[in-house]
Ligand binder design. Structure first.
Ligand SMILES: [Zn+2]
Length: 271
């Protein structure tokens, strides 16, 4: 699933492509994905895009007439920027046309969603209102993180994945962040002292920043808005590497399940 760095990559690609363009039409072949958009398609016709921004794992396209189109890629969604005349892509479920450019929403598993709502209530409509703090824009400090997580009951990874606490972390960056911190993903949060919570914060931030810098992780099927793969998969220490040797100590990495998710860690480097 695309996480914060992957969605950030797509948003940074879409910003120059869409800003200043006018919406033309939205056509979807999978009704469930566009249910939250259809009532307001007419309201944004010919409206100008003034901003494209990310919140958690959501892509938001803001129009001058105070409407927002929000896209969530969920499990397997991709947004590819195409020419209007290009033929439908493989697994294309929705096309969103602007003057001079066509976004194609391709989604093998069909869990992705598109909404169109007024700026006053799009956060409520899309679920963005339930998101916690953004980790990379300066809103989250180490002391804020410690306060948020201290004494929470249950696995560290469960809390990192909780979108209502820190927004945008998924399986990849939770495992990588725990490795950087030297803390096992299954460690109970209530057993971590402030020093360890500080390390966990630094580890997660480092993993996310590295993901953004390398334009996302393409271990499954992530592609940017131009259909190119990211580079971060070449720099992963643990995610997707269960059974392989630790790059730090050469011990075989352990694969387990934490918070219902496949999880990889090093028994030596993480305690
Ligand atoms: Zn190791």
């Amino acid at each position: 699933m695309p996480e914060l760095p992957e969605v950030e990559t797509i948003v940074s690609d879409l910003k120059p492509v869409l800003t200043g363009r006018f919406f033309v039409d939205l056509i979807g072949t999978h009704e469930n994905s566009i249910l939250g958009a259809m009532d307001n398609v007419a309201a944004i016709r010919d409206a100008k895009v003034i901003e494209v921004f990310r919140r958690g794992k959501f892509i938001n396209i803001l129009f001058e007439n105070e409407y927002v189109m929000t896209i969530h890629l969920r499990m397997s969604g991709r947004i590819i920027s195409c020419d209007l005349s290009d033929e439908a892509l493989r697994f294309e479920r929705t096309r969103i046309d602007f003057n001079g450019v066509s976004l194609r929403f391709c989604d093998v598993r069909k869990f992705g969603k598109v909404w169109i709502a007024k700026t006053a209530d799009y956060e409520e409509v899309t679920g963005i209102s339930r998101l916690g703090v953004e980790p990379l824009n300066g809103d989250l400090s180490v002391s804020g993180f410690i306060k948020m997580m201290k004494g929470r009951k249950g696995a560290v990874k469960k809390w990192l994945l909780d979108q209502s606490k820190v927004a945008g972390i998924g399986n990849i960056y939770a495992d990588e962040g725990c490795f950087y911190a030297g803390i096992r993903p299954g460690t109970k949060m209530e057993n971590l002292g402030e020093k360890e919570l500080g390390k966990l914060f630094e580890g997660v931030i480092k993993a996310l920043k590295q993901g953004v810098k390398n334009r996302g992780t393409s271990i499954s099927d992530f592609q940017d808005a131009y259909g190119h793969r990211g580079k971060n998969q070449e720099l992963l220490y643990v995610y997707g590497r269960g059974g392989e040797k630790c790059l730090e100590c050469e011990k075989v990495l352990k694969r387990t399940v934490v918070a219902g998710r496949g999880t990889v860690y090093c028994e030596t480097c993480q305690s």
